[in-house]
Design a protein around this ligand. Structure first.
Ligand code: ACO
Length: 388
């Protein structure tokens, strides 16, 4: 079997070709090619409120120097209370549809990635559908945390290749402020509504989670994909995704789930077990190893090398992780893009938010080869390769 060849469900061979990059199959003796998922528009939504490191130092025992040195983050955006993931996601989706010149009536499938849905259930997919004014359609919620958008891209690829959908809206949105364990007094102090210094006990409580709280921000990004029949090699080429529960406990939320009866209690909230547990160093080590590994893998699967890659968009969890990954891959600065400095980690939104801004900076013209890679809780990780 040649490199990239696979056996399909009915025994036929599908061969990835570097030249045409289309999967070809033989069905009932007649040769046919599958459509590709072509990216036709992107959009983002970030709340207007900018929270810089100095503002955080009012409510947490931290400082600008520590945050910048360890994570590269300078500021992040926070929503006002009452603004949810579905609302941010809807705004990003509207912007992406406008960018694509696609009418809402054309969308025939919606995929939404978030780890902070508006409600415990249902997910944010149907809420976005309703706010956008889309007719009833399949609305799929996926929750792979920081790898959610990469998983979403694989889903889009499968839906379009299989002919199930022709125009797919993929949204990634997260409102992390909703899970931050801050009291009203903390919010008042953060926003300068109170000139009183924060009570010592509250300051100590906030500081208990400082390694985590300084990293996250709110945001959303969306992409619109259309079925593309031209044999020009454009579209999502393939993906390599992984999930492995072995390291679940280095990044998870212990309280507030079906393991507990009832799933959440006042005691759990008071103990702080509804706040994520994150063993930062362990996550860091896995991210700097696995993101480069799976990026090399996806390139090799498609017959490419790093020299062929025009742009790498990495999950934005820590600038130091991305610098280390870039170094390992030997990529020059112009072939990567980071915006964690401005937004912090927006989980499901990092890949579309970062790609959107890279595209605006002229780093992803038509025809360029772009890889997306992410790692997050689960653990879930992987890469997706796309010809723009
Ligand atoms: N401000 C000041 N000091 C701090 C802060 C803070 N915000 N946070 C921790 N410290 C202190 C610690 O208490 C410790 O002090 P000590 O030496 O006196 O004990 C010291 O700084 C070093 O702490 P470490 O945790 O060892 O710091 P590290 O260099 O590992 O950086 C960080 C921590 C930034 C969290 C890093 O480990 C990281 O980014 N890891 C990866 C995070 C990630 O990728 N998460 C996944 C995405 S989330 C998702 O999927 C939902």
């Amino acid at each position: 079997m040649t490199r990239g060849a696979r056996r399909g469900a009915r025994g036929e061979f599908f061969v990835t070709e570097k030249s045409g990059e289309l999967f070809h199959g033989h069905f009932g003796g007649s040769r046919m090619s599958q459509p590709r998922a072509l990216l036709v528009g992107t959009g983002i939504s970030v709340p207007p409120l900018v929270v810089d490191n100095t503002m955080l130092a009012r409510i947490i025992d931290t400082n600008d120097e520590w945050i910048r040195t360890r994570s590269g983050i300078v500021s992040r955006r926070y929503v006002e209370p009452g603004v949810s993931s579905s609302q941010l996601g809807t705004e990003a989706a509207r912007a992406a549809l406008a960018d694509a010149g696609v009418e809402t009536s054309e969308v025939d499938y919606l995929v939404c990635a978030t780890m902070t849905p508006d409600y415990y259930f249902p997910g944010a997919g149907t809420l976005i559908q309703q706010q956008l004014g889309l007719s009833p359609l399949p609305a799929l919620d996926i929750r792979q945390q920081c790898a959610g958008f990469a998983y979403g891209m694989q889903m889009v690829d499968a839906l379009i290749r299989s002919g199930i959908a022709k125009t797919v809206l993929l949204v990634g949105a997260d409102v992390h402020t909703s899970v931050m364990p801050f009291s009203e007094a903390t919010w008042d102090c953060l926003y300068g509504r109170s000139s009183e210094p924060l009570d010592e006990e509250i300051f100590a409580w906030n500081s208990r989670f400082r390694h985590l709280l300084v990293l996250f921000g709110d945001g959303a990004g969306a992409m619109v994909f259309k079925a593309h029949d031209k044999d020009d090699g454009r579209g999502i080429l393939s993906s390599a995704l992984y999930g492995d529960g072995e390291n679940c406990e280095i990044l998870y939320v212990p309280g507030g789930g079906s393991l507990n009866r009832p799933w959440v209690t006042a005691e759990m909230i008071a103990e702080g077990v509804t706040v994520p547990v994150m063993k930062g160093r362990s996550v860091f080590k896995l991210a700097v190893t696995r993101m480069p590994q799976v990026t090399r893998e996806i390139l090799a699967n498609n017959g490419y090398t790093l020299d062929d890659l025009d742009l790498l968009i990495m999950h934005q969890a820590n600038l130091r992780i991305n610098e280390a990954a870039q170094k390992q891959l030997g990529l020059p600065a112009e072939r990567v893009h980071n915006n964690i400095q401005k937004y912090g980690n927006t989980t499901s939104a990092t890949l579309p938010l970062c790609f959107h801004e890279a595209k605006q900076a002229g780093k992803a013209p038509e025809g360029s080869l772009v890889a997306f890679t992410a790692l997050g809780a689960g653990l879930h990780w992987g890469s997706v390769l796309m010809r723009i």
